[in-house]
Design a protein around this ligand. Structure first.
Ligand SMILES: Nc1ncnc2c1ncn2[C@@H]1O[C@H](COP(=O)(O)OP(=O)(O)O)[C@@H](O)[C@H]1O
Ligand SMILES: [Mg+2]
Ligand SMILES: [Zn+2]
Length: 499
């Protein structure tokens, strides 16, 4: 009879790599360690660094097994542990007396290290080497590090230290310089997806490619995170019979409260069309479907990030998150890079703000509202350019009464030319609110259009006051007091940052 109390083993544990060849995405580390094993050059101390869940502990155990595998010739080691000898088996069950795993976070005092110093005097019992694997080694106290120094410099010949850390910069240089260092990398999305696919096949699990891709992407390079998320998804993807499992994107979205790309496309299109009512309605619909506000902002900013990358020629699915063809062409074509950067800024600001806000939902709606008039937004750099152009037009008008000639240095003009506006030109008013910002922009566009049409706004001196309204005095001041004044002008416009 089957034992009903069989312990469920999580995928991460079940699929912990047992040989160097099974260690995914760390080719450089693997080939270097294999070479040194094959040539018999065993270091006293190794230092494995890199992000969490990318194989440091696993690699340390594989190395320990390679060193102690009894299938290898006496006195010799080789790259591949057999996996079946007593030593290999004991090490993989963490039961070997010769391989000691120590958590640096909880054994970080100088006394803990002293104990290690005393123990290293006793040779290994069954294997060739006595291996100390110290995880999170950066957590050791300074005095613990100092106590360790001497030991790792000249240990008895049978001792090997393997240190692992996620925070290499916190490991003292004195320790680093006594270790062979290996940097583990984040595992590429495609590699993670491939591993998940293989596991599904091995376990008779049905899964859509894009669902596995989503899990892989979500785990941002950590294999452990990918396995944990995978287990969670499997648990709610079981059929009514309790046995068959089918992993689908739709179900993941529903269960984990994630917005699908179709919804994001629709919302971005509504924003691009300046359709505020529809944008708010879609926002409400998405929130109503159970998506958390922070998740909403993360997904939506991820969407604009993808548009920005697409705009700049990036087409790799692993970077964009989806195939390029799935993104709305309307949303993509509605904006240039500057506007997309601004969209991303608005949403990232919103993400920061919601955490301190009395009403996260209001913050989100304000951000959506800003996005509905994004194509009217002008960046500080563009504004400055427009001001410079206007200065140039007006300055040369003041000098010659005609539109500026091509090739004339703008700055020279500005510095030398007196302006011929009458003193009755109204002073710049103080601006606040989006409407003012818009009228300001319109004003400017009008001026630039005039310039573009080669009509020269000041070619008709009698029309000057009409054509050059509130800007003129600010611009005229600019000529006397130079750039800081331009910055003042820009700083009164809400939402702009003085460059
Ligand atoms: N490079 C890798 N290849 C295959 N599986 C990996 C890899 N890195 C991590 N894993 C999986 O994640 C789990 C945790 O890995 P671990 O080696 O403990 O990571 P770390 O020590 O770097 O945090 C392992 O049990 C294994 O299932
Ligand atoms: Mg680890
Ligand atoms: Zn073995």
């Amino acid at each position: 009879m089957a034992n009903p109390a069989v312990r469920y083993e999580v995928t991460a544990t079940r699929y912990r790599p047992k040989t160097f060849d099974e260690l995914a995405g760390q080719e450089f580390v693997v080939s270097t360690i294999k070479n040194s094993l094959n040539s018999g050059q065993i270091a006293h101390a190794y230092l494995f660094s890199g992000p969490r869940g990318c194989g440091k502990t696993s690699a340390a155990r594989i190395l320990a097994r390679s060193l102690n595998c009894s299938a290898n010739d006496k006195g010799k080691v080789s790259e591949g542990p057999c996996g079946i000898c007593d030593n290999c088996r004991a090490i993989s069950q963490s039961a070997s007396m010769d391989v000691l795993e120590i958590d640096g976070a909880s054994n970080n005092s100088v006394n803990d290290v002293r104990q290690i110093k005393d123990e290293v005097l006793f040779p290994p019992q069954t294997g060739r080497y006595k291996v100390y694997i110290i995880d999170e080694v950066h957590m050791l106290s300074t005095s613990a590090f100092n106590a360790l120094l001497k030991t790792i410099e000249e240990p008895p010949p049978y001792i090997v230290f393997i240190f692992a850390t996620t925070e290499l910069h916190k490991v003292p240089a004195t320790i680093k310089s006594r270790c062979q260092q290996f940097n583990f990398r984040l595992i590429p999305v495609e590699t993670i997806q491939g591993i998940l696919k293989k596991i599904c096949a091995e376990n008779g699990i049905k899964a859509d490619d894009d669902a596995l891709f989503w899990i892989a992407r979500e785990s941002t390079g950590s294999m452990r995170d990918a396995f944990t998320l995978f287990d969670q998804v499997v648990s709610f993807s079981r059929g009514d019979d309790g046995a068959s499992v089918y992993i689908r994107s739709e179900l993941i979205r529903e269960k984990l409260g994630i917005i699908g790309l179709e919804k994001l496309n629709a919302l971005a299109e509504a924003c691009a069309a300046n359709d505020a009512p529809l944008s708010f309605a879609l926002t409400d619909e998405i929130l109503g479907s159970g998506v958390a506000i922070e998740q909403f902002i993360i997904d939506f900013s991820g969407y604009y990030r993808s548009l920005l990358l697409l705009k700049n020629g990036v087409t790799r699915e692993s970077i964009l998150g989806y195939r390029p063809a799935l993104f709305s062409l309307k949303a993509l074509e509605a904006y240039d890079s500057i506007r997309l950067e601004q969209a991303l800024d608005i949403l990232l600001d919103c993400y920061r703000d919601v955490r301190y806000s009395v009403s996260p939902r209001f913050e989100l709606e304000t951000a959506v509202s800003k996005l509905t008039w994004l194509n009217k937004w002008v960046s500080p750099a563009e504004l400055k350019e427009a001001i410079d152009d206007a200065r140039s037009v007006m300055a040369s008008a003041g000098k010659t009464g005609a539109a500026p000639k091509a090739g004339v240095s703008r700055n020279d003009e500005v510095q030398t030319a007196p302006v011929s506006f009458s003193s009755e030109v109204p002073a710049p008013k103080s601006y606040n609110g989006a409407d003012d910002k818009r009228s300001l922009t319109d004003e400017f566009n009008r001026m630039l259009a005039a310039k573009g049409n080669n009509q020269g706004i000041s070619s008709e001196p009698s029309n000057q006051e009409e054509d050059v309204p509130m800007w003129s005095s600010a611009v005229r001041k600019t000529q006397n007091e130079n750039i800081p004044e331009v910055e003042n002008v820009l700083s009164v416009i809400p939402g702009t940052i003085v460059p």
